[in-house]
Design a protein around this ligand. Structure first.
Ligand code: BTN
Length: 258
């Protein structure tokens, strides 16, 4: 059982998570916050579910997460100053917050996989799904959905990348309350930094993206492209190099080619 009191003591934010909704079960925490009629409008609201019935992953995949063992939550942003800049930076700010939190609390090495997977020992530990709701092409609300495999030890299903959990990597049960508070604390800092010094976010993200320089394949809609992962540009897009030709990649799943 998630202990709200011990989470609250460790939460050190001004805004993010100050309005905290805890629920046993939801279809998807992202959907809960995207839905305008649900009356969650406060910037920084966090919606947490012990179990999602329709957990969503990127590219219409399903996000499986065992009840009571992991962290599945979403953060609502309604302050439009965050929507003016490229949303890649919000994605990076979120995955970096998860990475820094796991590094600080458990001294584990994190790999960030473009565009926003969080890996330990090459296996997926956490993922981010950003969704927005717009009116006449203007974003009104942005939802950052975060799923972290914390204490789950067995995984069933077909996975794009083999899954793991912090517990499996650490050989210890992990306190979810402390981890959630740490992620939200770091996320609040990172969101401020996106506005003030986005280059820092990019620099820290790239430091953990060890695929840069490797030969990769990128798949999108059943098509694959190959080349060297040259860099991530100032807007957060992947630069793929073939000889002296550099192509900008906006989305896709990447893999190292052995
Ligand atoms: C991915 O790596 O494919 C993204 C996974 C995102 C999962 C989280 S769990 C909380 C939030 N609610 C959802 O339905 N999805 C995100």
């Amino acid at each position: 059982m998630f202990n709200l009191e011990s989470f609250d003591i460790k939460l050190d934010t001004d805004v993010i998570g100050r309005n905290f909704i805890y629920t046993e079960e939801a279809d998807s925490t992202n959907t809960a916050l995207l839905d305008k009629s649900a009356k969650f409008n406060e910037h920084g609201t966090v919606f947490f579910a012990e179990k999602q019935l329709k957990g969503k992953g990127r590219k219409d995949r399903v996000w499986y997460s065992a009840k009571d063992q992991n962290l599945t939550f979403s953060i609502l942003l309604t302050d439009n100053k965050y929507f003016k800049r490229n949303l890649n930076f919000i994605n990076f700010a979120a995955s970096l917050a998860v990475a820094i939190s796991i590094e600080n609390l458990y001294q584990l090495n994190i790999d960030l996989k473009w565009p926003n997977d969080i890996l330990i020992s090459g296996k997926k530990t956490a993922g981010i799904l950003l969704e927005s709701q717009s009116q006449a092409n203007v974003i009104e609300r942005l939802v950052i959905g975060i799923g972290v495999n914390v204490n789950q030890t067995t995984f069933q299903g077909n996975f794009n990348i083999a899954p793991t959990s912090i517990r499996l990597e650490l050989n210890e049960i992990v306190e979810r309350e402390r981890l959630l508070a740490e992620i939200l604390n770091n996320l609040e800092q990172n969101l401020k930094t996106v506005l003030k010094n986005p280059k820092w976010i990019l620099k820290e993200w790239k430091l953990r993206c060890r695929m840069i320089g490797e030969k990769i394949s990128i798949s999108e809609n059943d098509k694959s492209k190959y080349g060297i992962f040259h860099d991530i540009d100032d807007d957060g897009f992947l630069l793929l190099r073939n000889g002296d030709k550099i192509e900008k990649i906006y989305f896709g799943d990447i893999n190292i080619v052995l």
